[in-house]
Write a protein that binds this ligand. Structure first.
Ligand code: GLA
Length: 732
């Protein structure tokens, strides 16, 4: 009896202490100009999400919020579903953010609030919150950077511990977000080679929906690392509440969307823990990738503009800088070229009016020449048969032609038919005891191995240092990780998928640090690398090897939800010859324009057309690359597409319109522009016209108010099959 009284007293005191602690009910407000994410320490000392939605007008209202107002369906007050970084083995029966097996085998982790700080950083405010387990020396620091003007928040976590031996991490999310709405509609961006960024939507039902990949290096080939969740309705372009999120991770990712028993949704962005139980050493810091999101209450159009503006200002390499137009030789020559042929192409590039010539695959390898995709990767010495005078002769020829010179490289890979593989078979990721399987005849170098990182960095650094006139890099990655076994990591194979990607970043970071001015194109057999961590080191990415302009309308439409036009490379090629050169060029002109076509195959008029389109595009760069984008008519919803861009001053705008396959006598609606100044008068002029033709646009040459153009719109669509129009608007 006495004992139990003592226990009750002691337990009561503990509770009082906790309550006194909790009485503070510490509130942490993470806000942009439009959104509030409010976290609150509960009475039990743990951290809960108490609000995530439109920004609250009165700070005093925050006091009214409380995590425990979210009662369970049986009426009991429940902590379930709102813990900010829920650990495995706690009283929440749904998917955790983190799962640890401690050194004593205990699989539970409960995090308690310790401290938090807030400080200004460029563009916003950074909040750092430390949580600690009360039974194990394990700590997590949650980081949030809220960008006020762009309404974007990026968040990541750091996990560390002081247990005596390594702990095993089997889940390590970047963050966890909750929603209490009536229904949720997920839009995913699925992909394959030549089929990137395909959008589809579905209602989330109770249980889990997972978007993930297990490809390792060409990691976003089947699914892109971004998604949208429409609240109460499928995501809409111009209205409605939508979460748009993306993970900055160039490896396996996993987004978990779980609708629980009371109809609340949790969203968990993370590295995919597939085959990756991570053994974390005492005091080692496990840093998760950044999860970047915007919560728009005005649909996906505004959400995209938030992300595009944010990316240019704060994330993309040289996001505020200029971009070069180019002529690439891949679709034209493939592996078959020599010095004089390339020198000729450089002159063609100059004649076309582009800034640069980009030499693609096939310039390297001697013992195993790179004459096809079966040999040579790894041997980054110039092929002496094709190019006896090496790169200096190429940069010199470019200089003489009056263009810059760029070069392709795929430094993370090796063909078994290469001198590198002969020297270092153990540098390739492959099984010691199984038959090796190949993707595009190549293997992935083991970047978890610092020696291999050094080699790969050395290849890139040497090229750029020895040839200071190389003005651009296209960095490819054509294989997923096959035969997932690292000769270097030995018994720590659970770390391979993660440490490999960290090794890749280590190389990319050094390249950026030592060659900051070199623009870099991120490419992965098309658009299988399209994430905001890699884009810290790259100025742009190649959206797809599919350059059929009709397909490109969908691909570019998809990617535009998360990336600015400035980061998206689009080239005019000879895919889909049923589409005119004008149509192909007009589609590529919506992004960072380039050409990858034999100019000799073009008629004189077509060439003349292209030259003028380049001049027009360069003039319109402030709108297309640095302005604001408005998606007006979706190709997913009919037989047409329209997009307009407006420059920062609202003096210049450009409207791109496409007729894909209109039906006979279908209803053609006027296209209403967006983002213009309603009180300015704009002259409307159709540009990018084939030589010898004149505009059939009724509005051509006329002047309208921005208000009229946005409310009444322009009759720009036609019944033509695969036809396009580019319309320039200039404030008077
Ligand atoms: C990948 C790229 C292409 C081209 C080839 C060269 O497929 O996406 O653009 O560079 O590699 O092998």
């Amino acid at each position: 009896m006495k004992h139990s009284l003592l226990f009750t007293l002691l337990f009561g005191m503990i509770l009082i202490c906790q309550n006194t602690n909790g009485a503070e009910r510490k509130l942490i407000r993470i806000s942009t100009n439009q959104t509030d994410l409010i976290l609150q320490v509960g009475e039990n000392g743990r951290l809960y999400q108490s609000y995530f939605g439109e920004k609250l007008r009165h700070a005093s209202d925050m006091e009214a919020l409380s995590w425990d107002i979210h009662a369970a369906s049986d009426g009991s007050v429940s902590q379930r579903g709102w813990e900010v970084y829920s650990g495995s083995g706690n009283e929440d029966f749904f998917e955790p953010a983190i799962a640890i097996t401690h050194t004593d085998g205990n699989p539970s982790t409960w995090f308690y609030y310790v401290s938090s700080t807030q400080q200004p950083v460029p563009g916003g405010t950074q909040t750092d919150i430390t949580l600690r387990d009360d039974q194990y020396p394990v700590e997590v620091t949650l980081h949030y950077v809220a960008y006020a003007e762009e309404n974007v928040i990026k968040t990541w976590s750091e996990i560390r511990h002081e247990e005596k031996k390594p702990i095993r991490l089997s889940a390590y999310a970047s963050a966890m977000l909750y929603f209490c709405r009536n229904s949720y509609y997920l839009t995913e961006f699925s992909s394959d080679w030549a089929k990137e960024a395909q959008m589809s939507s579905q209602r989330l039902q109770p249980g889990k929906k997972i978007l993930d990949t297990k490809l390792g290096s060409r990691a976003a080939m089947h699914m892109h690392p971004f998604f949208m969740v429409g609240m109460n309705q499928p995501a809409q372009e111009r209205q409605g509440e939508v979460l748009m999120g993306t993970l900055g991770w160039t490896g396996n990712f996993r987004f978990t969307f779980e609708v629980d028993n009371v109809g609340n949704l949790r969203v968990i962005p993370a590295i995919n823990p597939y085959a990756s139980v991570y053994s974390l050493q005492p005091n080692e810091v496990f840093t998760t990738p950044e999860f970047i999101f915007t919560l728009s209450t005005e649909g996906t159009g505004q959400g995209s503009r938030n992300l595009q503006a944010w990316a240019r200002r704060y994330q993309l390499k040289d996001g505020m800088g200029d971009r070069m137009t180019l002529l690439n030789n891949w679709e034209n020559t493939a592996f078959d070229f020599d010095q004089s042929l390339l020198a000729g192409l450089m002159k063609e590039a100059k004649d076309l009016g582009v800034d640069m010539f980009l030499l693609d695959d096939g310039w390297f390898g001697n013992k195993y020449p790179r004459n096809n995709d079966r040999a040579g990767l790894g041997d980054w010495e110039v092929n002496r048969t094709k190019l006896p005078e090496g790169i200096p002769a190429l940069t010199q020829a470019a200089q003489e032609a009056g263009v810059k010179f760029g070069i392709w490289i795929e430094p993370e890979m090796v063909n078994p038919k290469s001198e590198l593989y002969e020297r270092h078979p153990d540098w390739a990721i492959h099984y010691p005891n199984r038959e090796t399987y190949y993707y595009r005849n190549q293997l992935v170098l083991d970047l978890s191995n610092p020696e291999v990182q050094e080699y790969v960095y050395g290849v890139v650094d040497k090229l750029l240092t020895e040839n200071p006139d190389i003005a651009y890099f296209k960095w490819d990655c054509n294989s997923p990780i096959t035969n997932i076994y690292s000769p270097y990591l030995k018994e720590r194979q659970g770390q391979l998928y993660i440490d490999h990607v960290r090794g890749v970043y280590n190389v990319m970071r050094r390249v950026k640090e030592n060659h900051p001015a070199t623009p870099m194109m991120l490419c992965s057999g098309g658009g299988a690398r399209c994430d905001y961590e890699a884009l810290k080191y790259f100025t742009e990415f190649w959206c797809s090897d599919n350059t059929d302009p009709v397909e490109r309308l969908y691909i570019q439409w998809g990617f535009s939800h998360f990336f600015p036009a400035k980061a998206m490379c689009a080239h005019v090629t000879s895919w889909n010859k049923a589409a005119s050169v004008k149509f192909r060029t007009d589609v590529a002109s919506m992004c960072k324009l380039g050409f990858d076509i034999g100019l000799k195959d073009l008629s004189a008029d077509e060439l003349e057309y292209c030259r003028e389109a380049v001049v027009n595009w360069k003039r319109l760069k402030p709108a297309i690359l640095d302005g604001t984008q408005y998606r007006l008519v979706s190709p997913y919803e009919g037989n047409h597409m329209a997009v307009n861009y407006v420059d920062a001053s609202q003096e210049k705008a450009v409207l791109f319109v496409y007729d894909i396959h209109p039906r006979y006598q279908e209803k053609l609606l006027p296209v209403k522009l967006q983002g213009l100044d309603p009180d300015k008068m704009y002259r409307v002029e159709e540009i990018n016209l084939m030589p010898g033709t004149t505009s059939t646009l009724k509005a051509h040459g006329r002047i309208f108010s921005g208000d009229y153009l946005m409310k009444a719109g322009l009759d720009v669509f036609t019944f033509g099959q695969i036809q396009s129009r580019v319309v320039e608007l200039t404030a008077q």
